[in-house]
Write a protein that binds this ligand. Structure first.
Ligand code: AMP
Ligand code: FE
Ligand code: FE
Ligand code: ZN
Length: 283
């Protein structure tokens, strides 16, 4: 099995529709995958139909942006009940805060002398809520930035001229909400750009219901991966690996560039409420 458990579609900040994403994953040789758009389950239906069609096993998930004190932590949740009231409220709060922030970001960018309108941004967010990645796309389109990374560096990261704070739930609360919605929480890229979760903190989060750690991720070097694997072993947490594919929105994140071991996948699937979408041979 070739398993990739973290991908984004155009329902958040990826560039492939959910259907195209699943087709691409199949053609890239993946036999199991997860769709994990930021704060939305709106891609699940199309992704499930495509998974059925192509005979690829699909876990339906989400990615939530949360805080850990001053740090920012992304939390993956697999197969939560998409109708759970607390979870939909949590996702909606995030979408609303992103919505409210975009005009402020644009005002700051305009004040710095760059001409960029909401319509320029909205064009890149068809089917999703405009967030910073779409502002980045508009900056690239306008010839102001080279790519998304350049746009984050110069305009959108914390401390840059277009940065506007947005409120996010704590990782503790997000785990509790996910667990109450029958979802399986896994911390995404815990030692990535913006976070460094300690073993003691992982232990606390496990007590709240954390099930796994995304160890194999492009933002982790070999040393970080070894250390995180050690922590996962000590705490008996599941180890996952994934591409965090965003289509053309992120380079060096090609589908299947990191993968999850089959036994780890089966451990995770066994914790989910309905085991995802089976298609073809699910062994
Ligand atoms: P938002 O939720 O609107 O603040 O956007 C956050 C999303 O932007 C993250 O989930 C990432 O996918 C993306 N992002 C954050 N930092 C960067 C970066 N330096 N380069 C490219 N994409 C980024
Ligand atoms: Fe993203
Ligand atoms: Fe992330
Ligand atoms: Zn992601």
């Amino acid at each position: 099995m070739t398993i990739d458990l973290h991908t984004h579609s155009s329902r958040s900040d990826g560039t492939d529709t959910p259907t195209a994403l699943v087709a691409k994953a199949h053609h890239a040789g993946l036999t199991a995958m997860a769709i994990t758009d930021h704060d939305t389950t709106s891609g699940w239906g199309d992704a499930a139909r495509a998974a059925d069609h192509f005979g690829i096993r699909l876990l339906r998930g989400i990615e939530l942006s949360t805080t850990n004190g001053e740090q920012s932590i992304h939390l993956l949740g697999y197969e939560p009940n998409p109708d759970n009231t607390e979870l939909t409220a949590l996702m909606q709060e995030s979408l609303d805060s992103r919505d409210a922030r975009t005009p402020k970001i644009l005002a700051q960018i305009n004040a710095a002398g760059y001409d960029l309108t909401f319509a320029d941004v909205a064009r890149h967010a068809e089917g999703s809520t405009p967030g910073r990645p779409h502002v980045a796309d508009a900056l690239v389109d306008a010839g102001i930035c080279r790519d998304r990374n350049d746009a984050f560096d110069r305009f959108l990261r914390r401390g840059a001229i277009g940065y506007v704070h947005r409120t996010q739930p704590s990782v503790d609360r997000a785990i509790q909400v996910l667990v109450a919605a029958d979802g399986v929480p896994v911390i995404a890229h815990p030692w990535g750009r913006k976070s460094h979760v300690t073993e003691a903190r992982f232990a606390e989060l496990k007590a709240l219901g954390l099930a796994g750690i995304e160890v194999d991720h492009q933002e982790h070097d070999a040393t970080a991966r070894d250390a995180l694997r050690g922590i996962a072993r000590n705490l008996d947490l599941i180890v996952t690996g994934s591409s965090d594919h965003h289509g053309t929105g992120k380079t060096n994140h090609e589908l299947g560039c990191n993968t999850t071991a089959p036994e780890q996948f089966h451990r995770l699937v066994n914790l989910t409420r309905n085991r995802g979408v089976y298609a073809g041979d699910a062994s």
